[in-house]
Design a protein around this ligand. Structure first.
Ligand code: ZN
Length: 164
């Protein structure tokens, strides 16, 4: 696997069957990790209907991890009824560190990114304009163009901690 792409489901706090078809791993409100229908390896070579379709134009080689949250999000001041919880977010960061270790993925902007960042870099794909993740409710001071680097810092911190 070459990279990890982080999403929010734009759904509620616990994964649905439909959501499990689209992501390899889903993190619920309590910080528990749910396996999706497909394994990361199913995205090595994407065969029709046999891989997780999480990032339009970027599914090959990509592990998709989603935070179950953010249904009804419109803006910083109108986040809907399912804002990402701190415990949930931290659990997701810790889990991404485990994935990075397992699959020997370095933490760089090219190898660990949000769906939003992927869309910005690949404007001709259907990922263009995706808003996950432009806002982190537990860390409201992080600007949308900083969320990716904030996430990479967090994952690096968990990686270093696990190596002690
Ligand atoms: Zn997404």
């Amino acid at each position: 696997m070459k990279r990890i792409i982080i999403h929010w489901t734009a759904g509620t706090y616990y994964p649905t069957g439909y959501e499990k078809e689209h992501y390899h791993f889903l993190v619920d409100k309590d910080g528990n990790i749910h396996n999706g229908k497909f394994k990361p390896e199913d995205n090595e070579i994407c065969k029709i209907n046999k891989y997780a379709t999480h990032t339009g134009g970027g599914n090959t080689g990509s592990i998709g991890v989603a935070l179950c949250a953010m249904a009804g999000f419109k803006s910083k001041t109108c986040v809907g009824s399912y804002p990402i919880e701190k415990k949930q977010f931290e659990s997701c960061m810790c889990f991404c560190a485990e994935l990075a270790k397992k699959y020997k993925i370095n933490i760089t902007p090219q190898t660990l990114m949000t769906h939003y960042e992927f869309g910005l870099k690949n404007p001709k794909t259907s990922s263009a304009g995706k808003i996950d993740i432009v806002y982190l409710p537990p860390y409201p001071w992080v600007e949308k163009n900083e969320v990716g680097s904030f996430i990479r810092s967090k994952v690096k911190w968990y990686l270093q901690r696990s190596e002690k």
